[in-house]
Design a protein around this ligand. Structure first.
Ligand code: ZN
Length: 132
């Protein structure tokens, strides 16, 4: 079985991955208060480079999704069909996730989701599942 490709942490993202390993979901918060994700050097609102990691609830809703029947990578060949969703967190930022297999048939726009943490070797992926 082919391994799932993993994101390589870099100086900008290490805090995100370290928090995930601790079972915490964090996103950047600018000194102006704006949250943002994915990690970026500067705030897209005020252009400040001063920010901190803010722990967030891990709750949100399905903003949109797709169900993949033909995987683009061999690591997912035995998982199809599976759902990939954009989740809108309570804090207003959006994250992309693949949903667990039991959610593929039930996923709908607007349904509530919660974060869970998926250990994949040296990386822990924050992923989301439907709240049931
Ligand atoms: Zn800002």
């Amino acid at each position: 079985m082919t391994e799932r490709p993993m994101p390589p942490p870099n100086p900008l993202t290490t805090g995100f991955w370290d928090a995930a390993r601790r079972r915490e979901l964090v996103i950047q918060q600018c000194e102006c208060g704006r949250y943002r994700h994915y990690p970026q050097l500067r705030c897209p609102e005020c252009l400040s480079a001063t920010w901190t990691w803010a722990r967030v609830s891990g709750r949100g809703t399905i903003y949109t999704y797709t169900v993949t029947h033909r995987p683009f990578h061999p690591a997912w060949a035995d998982k199809a069909p599976y759902a990939v969703a954009t989740v809108e967190l309570e804090e207003g930022v959006r994250m992309v996730t693949d949903l667990p297999p039991e959610d593929t048939a039930d996923v709908r726009i607007g349904l509530p989701v919660e974060v869970f943490f998926d250990d994949q070797g040296p990386i822990t992926l924050p992923r989301f599942r439907l709240v049931r």
